[in-house]
Ligand binder design. Structure first.
Ligand code: 8X3
Length: 248
């Protein structure tokens, strides 16, 4: 019998690529997101093994209603991919809007834990898996990362804590921490500035959403006794810089 994965934020980037990867391998995929037209387009592309559940992850009542209305063939979820998330801005903390910080926390933290809490009983019953998309920003502070990095550090640590809490239950939990990857994520982060988007990726040969989809598929299909705890991935072109020192 084919397995089922629920992918939050399936309307673009990692989420859409991962939906294609899993449907291509015969899985059933529930893709969630706010943009129903994008989910409809994925449904038209991927066929009967894809189901689009349109809701905003920050709307808990909408989430509960949409999950309660899943068609019978999609109700037994084996894997939850917590992919929905966003960054807003790259400016230093004093130059940011509090509303942007709250939006990031609302989606990356509050929405993610709500969806996880909702699906956890079924995942435990099926000895399933939770795969969370964190970030290199979980592990490495950088200027302008502020609250985005904070939310992603939460995602990584929540993953590890969840794994500890689920000890002995046969549920796998993984934090995947991607670095520079070419996707709509960057357009959202910089307010739709295409020139900044092109400049960021120019000559960098960044990761592509398919690279992350392949990684998620590998993690999800390892033998059941193998758990990847955390996995940080960068393009070869990205590495680490030194500390900054301010001198008088
Ligand atoms: C975002 C990746 O490299 O911009 O999660 O911090 S990076």
């Amino acid at each position: 019998m084919s397995k089922t994965i629920l992918i939050s934020g399936a309307t673009a980037g990692f989420g859409a690529a991962t939906a294609r990867r899993f449907v291509g391998a015969g899985w059933k995929v529930i893709g969630t997101g706010r943009r129903a037209d994008r989910l409809d387009a994925l449904k038209a592309e991927l066929g009967e093994n894809f189901y689009g559940a349109a809701f905003d992850i920050t709307d808990e009542a909408g989430m509960t209603a949409a999950l309660g209305a899943l068609p019978e063939p999609f109700q037994a979820i084996d894997v939850l991919l917590n992919n929905a998330g966003l960054a807003l801005g790259t400016k230093p903390a004093p130059q940011t809007a509090l509303s942007d910080w709250k939006t990031m926390i609302g989606t990356n933290v509050t929405g993610l834990v709500a969806l996880t809490h909702h699906l956890l009983p079924g995942l435990i019953a099926r000895k399933g898996a939770v795969i969370n998309i964190a970030s290199v920003a979980s592990n490495w502070p950088y200027s302008g990362g502020n609250v985005y990095g904070g939310t992603k550090a939460f995602v990584r640590q929540f993953s590890l804590g969840l794994r500890s809490d689920l000890h002995g239950k046969g549920v796998r939990v993984t934090s995947i921490e991607p670095g520079l990857c070419e996707s709509e994520f960057t357009l959202v982060r910089n307010g739709g500035d295409k020139a900044a988007y092109d400049a960021l990726y120019g000559g960098a040969d960044p990761l592509q959403p398919q690279d992350i989809a392949e990684t998620v598929f590998w993690v999800a299909t390892l033998p059941p006794h193998v758990n990847i705890n955390s996995l940080e991935i960068m393009p070869v072109s990205q590495s680490f810089a030194g500390f900054q020192i301010h001198r008088n």
